[in-house]
Design a binder for this molecule. Structure first.
Ligand SMILES: C[S@@+](CC[C@H](N)C(=O)[O-])C[C@H]1O[C@@H](n2cnc3c(N)ncnc32)[C@H](O)[C@@H]1O
Length: 285
């Protein structure tokens, strides 16, 4: 496959197409966005921010990077590659958008898989996250992916220009995703299933509630059809106190758990865990 640079980024202020000029991206109305020294571009204007530093903090990003680098979630990356492969059309150009890409572990794995595949398609990769710290970290994983600070609510990408959106443990935005997907384009959603990390949850909460399931089906009938739902379950052993702490910090449980619960988890040396995630494929109607 040929990897090509994404040329479908748009100005977050007026929606016009961005062209690269020297070390900037520029729209026809003269709005300019610097390409940072690390290679990413910030397309999140202040008026699209709901807080000063939106998205995951640097500590969360680094914890996730350290945890994912152990390979404990490799099965999820492999399943993602398999699912995406089943939905791309050979010899046709394809733009991927990872919406809420975090520090880029899964997108980088997908990129490396396709880079080595035979085929005449031109593939472009856009990784989008609202957290600047996440995007800065992602640039260190992969210099060929187009990394962008921006929001899933208004992805700064041309309307109807994306073939496949990935949204892993992220923030599904029906309106934003619908706009940028080509007709017939797909979304691959990966969300926690009911048993996900249940052993950790049993330690940090006095009472364990079932993981809330995504309300994706509410929008499914009008804008998207659900093509496939597939649970992926496996068991892992996390055998270092450091990694247990990274896992806790990279999940929303860190903010929800009680002080006592977190203290109990923080001193563990090993933890047997159930990983339970649900892969869904949606198609734009
Ligand atoms: C749980 S993390 C998952 C990251 C990555 N997909 C992964 O699985 O490793 C959720 C990510 O969504 C980002 N995020 C939160 N709100 C967002 C928004 N409105 N638009 C884009 N990204 C957002 C956070 O900064 C964070 O990196």
């Amino acid at each position: 496959m040929n990897i090509v640079k994404a040329d479908n980024l748009t100005c977050p202020l007026d929606g016009e197409r961005l062209e690269s000029y020297k070390k900037q991206l520029v729209c026809e109305n003269g709005h300019t966005f610097d390409i940072a020294r690390q290679g990413y571009v910030n397309l999140l204007p202040v008026q699209h921010k709901r807080s000063k530093k939106p998205g995951d903090s640097k500590a969360m990003v680094l914890a996730r990077m350290n945890f994912l680098n152990t390979g404990i979630y490799q099965t999820i990356a492999d399943k993602l590659t398999e699912t995406v492969s089943a939905h791309i059309i050979n010899d046709k150009n394809c733009c991927f958008l990872d919406a809420g890409c975090g520090e880029g572990f899964y997108f980088d794995a997908l990129f490396n898989y396709f880079k080595g595949e035979e085929g005449a398609s031109n593939l472009s990769f856009i990784g989008l996250d609202i957290s600047k710290d996440a995007i800065v970290q992602a640039t260190k994983r992969n210099k060929q992916i187009t990394w962008v600070v921006g929001t899933n609510r208004q992805p700064p990408v041309e309307n109807e220009s994306v073939d496949i959106i990935l949204c892993l443990f992220g923030f599904f935005n029906a309106e934003g995703f619908y706009k940028v997907l080509k007709p017939g384009g797909k979304i691959i959603l990966v969300d926690p299933g009911p048993e996900h990390l249940k052993e950790l949850r049993e330690i940090i909460y006095p009472e364990v509630n079932e993981t809330k399931q995504s309300n994706i089906l509410a929008t499914e009938s009008t804008e998207f059809s659900l093509l496939n739902t597939e649970p992926v379950q496996f068991k892992v052993k996390v055998s270092s106190n450091e990694q247990i702490n990274h896992l806790l910090l990279m999940t929303p449980h860190f903010y929800r758990a009680s002080k006592d619960g977190k203290e109990a988890a923080c001193i563990l040396e090993t933890l047997d865990l159930t990983i339970d995630v649900i892969f869904r494929v949606l198609k734009k109607i």
